[in-house]
Design a protein around this ligand. Structure first.
Ligand SMILES: [Zn+2]
Length: 319
């Protein structure tokens, strides 16, 4: 039942109530109205792309379609950018007389769903969060550029392959020489439970160190991204009103690479995933029952509100 766990969670401020309602509306649009979004349902995949593009535009953001061809059909990553404030570049040592260019903080979420699933939590939740964050940063240039990107084709059969939207996108970033200092992948972030043993782990040893109740949000990275992970989780804990757990783990541990951050790791960029841990907690993972009513929008809003503070701080000084 939706909202059954609300009593144990911190209360929402007025702006978090607004945020909660935005998140719910966008998850309902993607998973309720549009539904399954895959190459097998190409019109629905494109309806989701259009919806995301329009949402960025309505927030006053400039959008760009990053397209590539798959099986003779065009696929689109949808991007919105908030360029760094003019003159915001950090000056290098005096004798060189040059400025270090601002780096890029990239917030991404995949908008496709797995075959046969409406994808409310996976990953309507990540897209709704990404859109809500983009609205909150629109018109507020910081010292570093913010990029919000909705990725296509994350799910199988493209999962962890060169055909993933994010893999194509990250490769183009590398070719252009884009200085991405942080990639944050929002992946399945809307389900929480207070039930005993509601949280499981991909490796048996991890259960010794981490909670057995699925009432927290997880931050995960590979080992080379551990500094970004530590920074992000420290900032989150300073501001957020929901418990969090973090782990920098070898990428071969099941789950660690399971989203678009993997594509950025492959191109040498630091990246983290924010997640409710999906298959290790969510009973409706990758199934036809991953519908909008399964999400806990109250705690989901607490997560996104915390992430707003994390991104705000990173956009001033990412390292
Ligand atoms: Zn996913």
């Amino acid at each position: 039942m939706p909202g059954k766990n609300v009593s144990s969670a911190a209360s929402l401020s007025a702006s978090e109530v607004e945020l909660r309602d935005e998140l719910r509306a966008d998850v309902e649009k993607l998973a309720g109205e549009i539904g399954e979004r895959t190459m097998a349902r190409y019109p629905q995949l494109n309806a989701a792309a259009d919806f995301i593009e329009n949402s960025f535009s309505r927030a006053g953001l400039q959008t760009r379609r990053d397209s590539y061809d798959l099986h003779g059909r065009a696929c689109y990553n949808i991007e919105a950018k908030i360029p760094a404030a003019p003159g915001a570049a950090a000056p290098l040592a005096k004798p060189f007389g040059v400025s270090k260019p601002p780096s890029i903080i990239l917030i991404g979420a995949h908008y496709d769903s797995v075959l046969g699933s409406p994808g409310a939590n996976d990953n309507g939740s990540g897209v709704a969060a990404m859109l809500a964050l983009a609205r909150r940063f629109a018109g507020k240039p910081a010292q570093h550029t913010l990029r919000f990107v909705a990725f296509v084709n994350e799910e199988p059969p493209y999962f962890l392959s060169e055909q993933m939207g994010s893999f194509v996108y990250a490769g183009r970033c590398k070719t252009r020489g884009d200085q991405i200092s942080a990639m944050i992948s929002l992946e399945t972030i809307g389900y929480f439970s207070d039930a005993p043993h509601s949280q499981t782990y991909p490796a048996p040893g991890l259960g010794v160190f981490y909670p057995s109740v699925g009432n927290f949000i997880g931050f995960v990275s590979n080992v080379p991204s551990r500094n970004l992970l530590r920074r992000a989780i420290a900032l989150f804990r300073k501001h957020a009103k929901i418990p969090s757990e973090g782990a920098a783990l070898p990428a071969f541990i099941p789950g660690v690479s399971w989203s678009d951050q993997w594509s950025f790791w492959q191109h040498g960029y630091p990246g983290i995933m924010v997640t409710d841990t999906a298959p290790f907690r969510y009973p409706h993972y990758h199934s036809a029952t991953d519908t909008p009513d399964k999400l806990d929008y109250h705690r989901f809003a607490l997560v996104v509100s915390g992430m707003e503070k994390v991104i705000q701080a990173l956009a001033i000084a990412p390292r």
